[in-house]
Design a protein around this ligand. Sequence first.
Ligand code: SIN
Ligand code: MN
Length: 203
Amino acid sequence: MTKGEQIDLRGVSVYPGALGPDEQAVLVERVREIARAAPMFHPETRWGKQMSVKMTSAGRFGWVSDRRGYRYERAHPSGVDWPPIPAEILAIWEKFAPGMRAPECCLVNYYGEGARMGLHQDRDEADFSQPVVSVSLGDDGLFRVGNIERGGKTESIWLHSGDVVVIGGAARLVHHGVDRIRFGSSALLKGGGRINLTLRVVT
Ligand code: SIN
Ligand code: MN
């Protein structure tokens, strides 16, 4: 795992190619294990619309969304506990968020063909002094970063498999999202698609 080159995108730090092919393959295996314990589901928005990404979580808390709103929960919708965050994923946090509190949630998002994520802020956490660390695996994703306030100028960058992004400091509450993926652009995931892991301190 290398920190290597760092790109600043409106205060968000992007580390292209931070994870090598072998590390990415191990992470995919860990994600499979997480999904076996806590199966991926299609969350609904507060307005009853199905989100295009599928998700699950590891850690003390998992992020869920349904008609009752967005929130962290101690258990998967089926009632089972979320599995622990795997050591290889914790090591990425240690490297890219040194000295910060331990992450309490690893959200796993799966983008199939046509999936996207609208501009939003990560603001369901209690302590905004702690960053969000995100890992991209599989197909390329067009990541857009805006402002803390709604609207205004935005900038985009293609995230590739093995890239790490840190949303922290003054940029912790910037709007961000994924406009689209290039389905089939990576051979990492059989069947294609993009996995994004986001690590967060919740409490
Ligand atoms: C997110 O904001 O939760 C996901 C970002 C990404 O998929 O890169
Ligand atoms: Mn987010």
